[in-house]
Design a binder for this molecule. Sequence first.
Ligand code: HAM
Length: 425
Amino acid sequence: MIKAVRGTRDLLPPDTELWNFVEHTVREVFARYNYREIRTPIFESTELFSRSVGEETDIVSKEMFTWEDKARAASEKTQTLTLRPENTAGVVRAYIEHELGRSGLLQKLYYIGPQFRRERPQKGRYRQFFQIGAEVLGPTTAGSELPIRDAEVLDMLTALLDAVGLTGWTLYLNSVGCAKCRPAYNQALRDALENVKDQMCGDCQRRSETNPLRVLDCKVPEDQPIIEGLPKIADYLDEGCREHFAQVRAILDTLGIPYQVNERMVRGLDYYTRTTFEFTHGKLGSQSAVLGGGRYDGLSEQLDGPKAPGIGFAIGEDRLVLALQAQQQQTLAPLKAFVVPLGEGMNRHALKLAKQLRADGVAVDVSDESFRLKKSFETAEKLGATFAIIVGENEVKADAFAVKNLTSGLQTTVSRSELLGHLED
Ligand code: HAM
C-alpha cells in the first residue's frame, strides 16, 4: 500500500469543513482591514531564503527541501531551488520584482497556502503545513515604519481569532532592536558566550561566532540554564527602538488588547527588527505557537530592493484548526437523552418533547416509531446518551414518561414538569 509521505497528511471531511470555515472567515476579516490576496510560487531560488531567513537559522541550515534543477537547454542555467519554508521572503521578492512600492501606498497583502520544512513530525508539526499570513509594507512616506501599523496588525489578529471563536490564547510581545543597536547586543552575547560556549552543543559553538542571536533558538535541554543567563536584548535597545516599542504597547493598551512582554523571544528568523510577537494556545501541547510574526525593516534592501519597512505574521493553520477542535470537544454537550416514540402516531409527541428539552438547553436526539424498543436502546447507547425517554400512548395520556438511565439500567416514571430536573440530577 502506498501511503502519504511522513510529515504530510490528507485532510478529510468533516475536518475540511472547519478548514473552509477558517479560510472563509480569514478572507472576510482581512478584507475589512483592506488586505488583498497575493499568491506567490511554491518554489523559489534557494538564495532567496538563505539571504532573508538567514544561513544560520534552523530553517535554512536543516529544514529546507532543496534540489538542483538541471539545465535542459543551452540557454538555461542549473539552479538550486527550494520548496518555500515560509512566505514572507516570496512576498518581499514579488514586491521588489513588480515595483509595488511605486504607487506610494502601503501594500497590505495576505496569503493562504502550503509551506514545507523538514522537521521531525509530531502533533502540530508537519513537513507540509499551511500558513495564513499577511504582510504590510511600503515606502516610509506611506507610514510603513510607524507603530500604528504594528498595532493594527495585532488588532486584526485578535479580531480574526475572535471571529473563528478561539479563546484562551496568550500574546507574547518583544522588541529585537534594529540594525543600529543589534551589533552592540551581538557583541555582548559573544562576550558572554566566550567563557561558556565550550559547555554548549555544536550548533551553539558555531553560532556564537557566526550569528550569536541564533544561540537563543537552541532547544538542547542542557544548554538552557546557560542561555537563561545570557544578556537580554531589552537592555541594548537604542532610544528609537525603545520609543517605538513603547508606542506599540500604548496603542495596544488603548485598544484593550492584552499581551505579555517576553524578553527572551527572538523568533527563529534573521530578518526581524523591532516588534516581534507570538500567540500561543494551551491546548496545543509542545507545539503551542499558533502564529508568529514581526517587523522586518531592512529586508527589502537586503534583497536588493528599495527601502520598504514592513510587518507581518503567519498563522499555522493546522495548529489553529487543532486548537479549535480541542475547544469544540470541550464545549460540545454530550448527548443527554434519546427520545423513543413507541407505537404509531407517536413521532409527533416525541418530537414535541424533544423540542421542549432542547429549548431548555438539553442535548437530545430522537428515534422514530418504526424502531423496535430494542433497536432504539441500542442506538441510544451507540450515540452515548445517558437516558432513553419512552413516549407511548399511555405516557402521552398521563403526561409522564418512562425514563431509563442507560448507565444504571434503572427505569422510573417522570412527569413532564419534573423531567428537566430529573435529567440534570
Ligand atoms: P514562523 O514562526 O516560522 O514564522 O511560522 C509561523 C507559524 O507557522 C508558527 O507559529 C506555526 O504555527 C506554523 N508552523 C511553522 N512550522 C510548522 C510546522 N512544521 N508544522 C505546522 N505548523 C508550523 C514565519 O513563517 C514568518 N514568515 C511569519 C512572518 C510573516 N513574519 C513576518 N511576516
